[in-house]
Design a protein around this ligand. Structure first.
Ligand code: P9H
Length: 222
C-alpha cells in the first residue's frame, strides 16, 4: 500500500473529477484504477467494496469511501479547505452545492439524446449566466478578497474554478459579463498546485468523448 489515496472510477471526468481537483489543489498525489469492463465492476460488487454498488470509490486512511459528497467533505476537512468554523463551513457547503447543481447539468450533457443537445446546452448557458455565476461575481465584488470564503483558499474556490473551466469549454465567452470571475480564474489558475494540475500529463481528465460514454453505458448495461 503506497499510502496514497486510490481512486476507482472510469477513465473520464464524471463524478470523480471534483475529487481529482480537490486532491490536486491540496497537493496530494493519488493513484487511479480505471473501470473498463463490466467484469471489473461486478467483481468490486462481489467483493463487497462498493457500499451502494456505485462508483466513485476512494480508498484512503484505511477507509473505502463512496458517495462523492462524503468523499469531498472528508478531503476538504482533512486538508483545511473547509473554513475556520461552522458558519464558514455552511457557506462553503452552500457554494459547493450550488455549483454542483450546475456541474450536474454538464455531467449529464454527453448522455442527452441528440435532439435534446441544443436545448440542454442552452439551459447550461442560461443557468451559468443568470443563476450561478452572478452569485460568485457579487461575492467577490462585495468583499474584495481573493477567495470566496474567509479570505482563505477553500473547497469552494476549487469547485468554482473547475466549473468555470468546464462551462468555458462549452461556452467560451461565458465570463464576458463577469470581470471578477475573470480575475478569479487567473488567480486560481496561477496557484502552484492548480497550475500543475492544468499542465499536460496531470491526472486531470479531458472532456467526455464517445469512447468514455460507450464504456460507461457498456459497464452498466443490464
Ligand atoms: N450519489 C452517488 C451517485 C453515484 C453514481 O450514480 N454512480 C454511478 C456511476 S457515475 C454515473 C454513471 C451513469 O449514471 C455517471 C457517469 C458519468 C456521467 C454521469 C453519470 C453508478 O455507479 N451507477 C451504477 C448504479 O447506480 O447501479 C455519488 O454521489 O457518488
Amino acid at each position: 500500500m503506497s499510502g496514497k489515496p486510490r481512486l476507482t472510477y472510469f477513465n473520464g471526468r464524471g463524478r470523480m473529477e471534483p475529487v481529482r481537483w480537490l486532491l490536486a489543489a491540496a497537493g496530494v498525489e493519488f493513484e487511479e484504477i480505471f473501470l473498463e469492463t463490466k467484469e471489473q465492476y461486478e467483481k468490486l460488487i462481489k467483493d463487497g467494496v462498493l457500499m451502494f454498488q456505485q462508483v466513485p470509490l476512494v480508498e484512503m486512511d484505511g477507509m473505502k469511501m463512496v458517495q462523492t459528497r462524503a468523499i469531498l467533505s472528508y478531503i476538504a476537512g482533512k486538508y483545511n479547505l473547509y473554513g475556520k468554523d461552522l458558519k464558514e463551513r455552511a457557506l462553503i457547503d452552500m457554494y459547493v452545492e450550488g455549483i454542483t447543481d450546475l456541474m450536474q447539468m454538464i455531467l449529464m450533457f454527453p448522455f442527452s439524446p441528440p435532439e435534446a443537445k441544443e436545448k440542454n446546452l442552452d439551459s447550461i448557458k442560461e443557468r451559468a449566466t443568470n443563476r450561478y455565476f452572478p452569485v460568485f461575481e457579487k461575492v467577490l465584488k462585495q468583499h474584495g478578497q481573493d477567495f470566496l470564503v474567509g479570505n482563505k483558499f477553500s473547497w469552494a474556490d476549487v469547485q468554482l474554478i473547475e466549473a468555470i473551466l468546464a462551462v468555458e469549454e462549452k461556452i467560451p465567452a461565458v465570463l464576458s459579463g463577469f470581470p471578477q470571475l475573470q480575475a478569479f480564474k487567473i488567480r486560481m489558475s496561477n496557484m502552484p498546485t492548480i497550475k500543475k494540475f492544468l499542465q499536460p500529463g496531470s491526472p486531470r481528465k479531458p472532456p467526455p468523448d464517445e469512447r468514455y460514454i460507450e464504456t460507461v453505458l457498456k459497464i452498466f448495461k443490464k
